[in-house]
Design a protein around this ligand. Structure first.
Ligand SMILES: [Zn+2]
Length: 296
């Protein structure tokens, strides 16, 4: 397994390598020294895996995975256009027809995303060493896929006679799905933020980690309020009737948090795009040096 600290001995660094803590260029420093900017040990930065040293095939695989993650929201946008068309009766159809459309369009999109996530987390020596994070990302991705499919199938049959209890199953399923989905996104963000480019500025690391941290309280509030509402709906509403007026405030808080999450998702796309662009620079630099070797 190629490892940087075994190949770079006690000699001074002869290549660009940015401090993992503050992005200062450590070139000409020795592993025994510390970063002049922040005092972070040069040896510790050297011990990390840096993508600038990763083999070309891994860089292209990683870029493909990131590209697929970036394309997925476009598919979802297409899906929402279809749903709007249904709701505004541009595309007519009964409830079964609409539910079938949802299953047939969402399942391939989710499968596409699932494959992208598995490609991103496929073990490789130059991947960040976070086995627990990788396990969480993969398990939650499968759970989200399964739970969504289950929800859609229940939505499909819930209007049939003799299955009146099924709609109630949708609430806890939806709650569990939201939990898995958010846990998945947050762990995936921490994982991508752990990638170090090495010789290039890591413009993605701090922002992605910050977005992940911002998403945690938003998610917690949404889950808490939804649990409250579902508990009320399932156990108290049948005896007391309608929601108390104070629940309206909870609704507004949920809406504000959902809006916050939406902003977070837009920021994720921006920084994921920047990460992809940095990968392209690494790939192009590598291709250039290979060409030079071939022509000389
Ligand atoms: Zn530093």
């Amino acid at each position: 397994m190629p490892s940087l600290h075994t190949t770079v001995s006690v000699e001074a660094l002869d290549q660009d390598l940015l401090c993992t803590n503050c992005e200062y260029n450590l070139r000409t420093l020795t592993p025994a020294q510390s970063c002049p900017e922040c005092g972070h040990s040069v040896f510790e930065t050297l011990q990390q895996q840096h993508l600038c040293n990763a083999p070309l095939p891994y860089l292209t695989t990683l870029r493909t995975a990131v590209t697929r993650l970036l394309i997925t929201p476009l598919f979802y946008f297409g899906f929402f256009l279809i749903m709007i068309a249904h709701n505004t009766r541009i595309i007519p159809g009964n409830i079964y027809y609409i539910q079938a459309t949802i299953i047939l369009t969402l399942t391939p999109i989710q499968l596409f995303y699932l494959f992208a996530i598995f490609k991103l987390t496929t073990p490789h020596p130059y991947q960040p060493k976070h086995p627990n994070l990788i396990r969480t990302i993969r398990i939650t991705a499968i759970l989200v896929f399964t739970l969504s499919l289950l929800q859609h199938l229940i939505s499909f049959v819930q209007f049939m006679p003799n299955v009146s209890y099924l709609p109630y199953l949708l609430f806890p399923l939806n709650l569990l799905n939201t939990f898995c989905n958010q846990l998945h996104t947050i762990s995936a963000l921490f994982f991508i933020a752990a990638f170090s480019l090495g010789s290039l500025l890591n413009t993605h690391r701090r922002p992605l980690r910050l977005i992940a941290k911002i998403m945690i309280p938003f998610t917690a509030i949404i889950l808490l309020i939804r649990t409250l509402l579902i508990t009320f709906l399932l156990f108290l509403a049948p005896t007391t009737g309608s929601f108390p007026p104070s629940f309206l405030i909870l609704n507004y808080i949920t809406m504000a948090c959902t809006f916050g999450l939406l902003i977070c998702y837009i920021c994720i796309l921006i920084y994921l795009f920047r990460f992809r662009r940095a990968l392209s620079v690494l790939i192009n630099n590598r291709s250039d040096s290979v060409n030079k070797l071939l022509t000389s």
